[in-house]
Design a protein around this ligand. Sequence first.
Ligand code: AP5
Ligand code: MG
Length: 219
Amino acid sequence: MRLVLLGAPGAGKGTQAKKLIEKYGIPQISTGDILRKAVADGTPLGREAKSYMDRGELVPDSVVIGLVKERLGQDDCKKGYILDGFPRNTAQAEELDKLLNELNMPLDVALSVDVPFDDLMKRLTGRRTCRNCQQMYNIYFSPPKKDGVCDKCGGELYQRDDDKEETIRNRLEVYQRSTAPLIDYYKAKGILRSVDGRGSIEEIFNRICEILDGAAKNQ
Ligand code: AP5
Ligand code: MG
């Protein structure tokens, strides 16, 4: 399965990707996770990316495209991949198409996870992530058993720097302006599928699996 997950900040791309990794045994490529790791490690890439991320702006295309190129070339992507947070605009989508043609592994599905804008702010301000195993929680919807501590590994939970209300507003604006047009881009290519992103994490996962299993049968 070769998949792009589309959706606004907070739509649940990362949450669903983690479940899809388990079911399909294919890697998640999250440009946001790769960039956050570079920031935490203090690499030159991280230093360049940080100021954009803190403002909720997109990191320059050349930087992100380079990262994805390198990652998709690795062996574990041969059996499929889940792109999460990439592409983010038409220029990235066009570069991706070119690259995937060269690698002879074109996309099967672009899946848009649709959540009403009003629900996104609470999902994002309530998000907490484990520093150790990256498990995600939400203090409103799926809190850990003990405040600030990961249920799975006991690691410390942290709040992302860009999950402040003002930055979230800008991320949502950037999404509307730059990323939402990709829905039409993939519709025109005939590979767009949409899923209702409201309800429990499990309900949404079941809907997604139905769509992906249907798409696999039609290949
Ligand atoms: P990125 O990391 O990609 O963030 P994003 O797109 O803003 O999306 P999020 O990760 O915030 O949301 P999500 O959809 O993954 O939701 P999640 O599953 O966590 O990008 C961050 C920054 O990096 C960008 O602003 C940019 O600067 C840079 N960047 C990244 N990629 C780039 C690119 N390609 N080009 C340029 N720059 C790039 O869920 C959110 C919360 O909701 C969690 O708490 C979760 O527990 C909860 N939740 C999930 N599902 C449900 C549910 N069904 N009900 C209730 N709560 C739920
Ligand atoms: Mg995410």
